[in-house]
Design a protein around this ligand. Structure first.
Ligand SMILES: [Zn+2]
Length: 461
């Protein structure tokens, strides 16, 4: 029994354009879902119109894209420790609103996710969440960078990857041992690439804009040196290195060369690094633009987009980082790094990648689903008969305006407030359950009667 059981079961999704990059499917089709919430059939649209496998709701997806639920490898849920900013449940709900059915949460909580108990705590909280939540364990004890955390016990408890995110593992020796160890469990080591003595107390990208503004800069080379070091260690140990939130053109080239050479490396990019540039800070010193790694230049944005389109960068991950309003409301210098991103990811990616002609819908969906799941070896991100029905219904041409009230996340620190985004998530389905919906009242559920039946059948469970 999980929180999902309280949501209505979906029996059939009809009339949508089903896009599943994993199988190459892109055509009108109906998806049938059985009582256990698994996909039982994918059929030609309109065929067997009367057949329903379970007594769940029928969703009319005419005019919509039906895709695998999105997978986010990089989310900060703030629980335990800062439940005022986000919880496992609230973050998962925000994810569902953004179309994400599977999220991986970073261990920089208070206390850090650095032992078996804390992994179990997060997984226990996840039972009350609408979507799937996979904890990422810390590489070092309490993320202090001094000694290895209990990787084996955390894998046994359910951690899917390891990272000291927020900071890199400073000691090459320690990182090397973590990598050697990670091979035994086939789990990725996720690095936040940065050289603290180069980034020092920088608050934005080091360049023309930081010089003009008189703000301390974080040079691109700070990310690139660390990435090069980590790749050298991955090459030597054979371990799987996953580079978090790439932000520079140089990093894209480093990953490109490493992959060409056969190094076991994957990489992600955030929606904000695909669209925002450092000169935005000059307009009003708004701390909402303060993020780590920092917003870079137009040249970097272009290289990141191209890297993703070429497949050098594996996937899109949000780095959703909620912060309380009072913390982001002060001076740029003092504000914490980070921005929320789960709910705006799709619309921002449509602007950055589809409207620019770099990717089409199947291409973008691939970056948000299969390519992400593959990087962490997660069984998610595809539409397959027999698999749990984790799906998203997208209204591709509809628009919405981002306002604080429109965001489900407990925190509203989005740099996209006021933006008009194209591509609306109309429904998110996990395990066949409708965990999020944004339909005009009643319009897409076939009949109220069917819905009542479903609610009754759910109540019996
Ligand atoms: Zn990070």
């Amino acid at each position: 029994m999980t929180a999902r059981d309280q949501f209505a079961l979906v029996g059939r999704i009809s009339g949508g354009r089903v896009i599943d990059p994993g199988s190459g499917l892109d055509s009108p089709a109906d998806i049938l879902i059985d009582e256990r919430g698994r996909i039982s059939r994918i059929g030609r649209s309109g065929s067997g119109a009367s057949s329903v496998e379970s007594d769940g709701d029928v969703l009319d997806a005419t005019g919509m894209i039906v895709a695998p639920g999105f997978v986010d490898l990089h989310v900060h849920l703030r629980e335990p420790g800062r439940e005022d900013e986000e919880t496992v449940a609230s973050g998962s709900a925000a994810a569902a609103r953004g179309g994400f059915t599977t999220i991986c949460c970073m261990p920089n909580t208070e206390p850090a996710i650095a032992d078996q108990e804390t992994v179990r705590f997060v997984l226990d909280r996840a039972l009350a969440a609408p979507g799937r939540v996979h904890p990422i364990g810390a590489i070092t004890r309490d993320r202090e960078g001094k000694s290895l955390a209990g990787i084996a016990e955390m894998v046994a408890a359910g951690a899917v990857a390891f990272s000291d995110d927020g900071a890199p593992v400073g000691s090459a020796g320690l990182l090397r041992r973590a990598m050697q160890y990670s091979r035994m469990f086939n789990v990725p080591i996720v690095e936040h690439c940065d050289m603290p003595d180069l980034s020092a107390d920088g608050v934005m990208n080091e360049g023309l804009v930081s010089t003009k503004l008189g703000l301390r800069g974080i040079p691109p080379v700070s990310e690139e040196i660390c990435l090069a070091r980590d790749i050298a260690l991955a090459r030597e140990t054979g371990a799987h290195l996953h580079a978090a939130h790439l932000s520079t053109a140089g990093s894209v080239e480093i990953i490109r060369r490493a992959k060409a050479e056969g190094v076991n490396v994957t990489a992600e990019v955030t929606p904000h690094h695909l669209i925002l540039t450092d000169d935005l800070i000059a307009r009003d010193f708004d701390p909402l633009y303060k993020v780590n790694p920092p917003l870079r230049t137009r040249r970097d944005v272009d290289a990141l987009r191209q890297g993703l389109a070429d497949g050098v960068i594996d996937c899109i991950a949000t780095d959703h980082a909620p912060h309380a309003e009072q913390e982001k409301d002060g001076e740029f210098d003092l504000a914490p790094f980070g921005m929320v991103g789960l709910e705006t990811a799709l619309g921002v990616c449509v602007k950055a990648l589809i409207e620019t002609g770099l990717l089409d819908w199947p291409g973008l969906i691939d970056c948000l689903t299969r390519r992400a799941a593959r990087a962490f070896h997660l069984a998610a991100g595809t539409i397959t008969v027999g698999s749990p029905a984790d799906l998203v219904l997208i209204d591709p041409d509809a628009q919405w305006r981002v306002t604080p009230e429109s965001l489900i996340s407990k925190s509203k620190n989005s740099p996209f407030l006021g933006w008009e985004l194209t591509g609306v998530v109309r429904a998110t389905i996990v395990d066949g359950r409708l965990v999020y919906q944004d339909f005009a009242a009643g319009s897409s559920l076939s009949t109220a009667a069917r819905r009542e039946r479903s609610v009754t059948s759910t109540a019996k469970r």
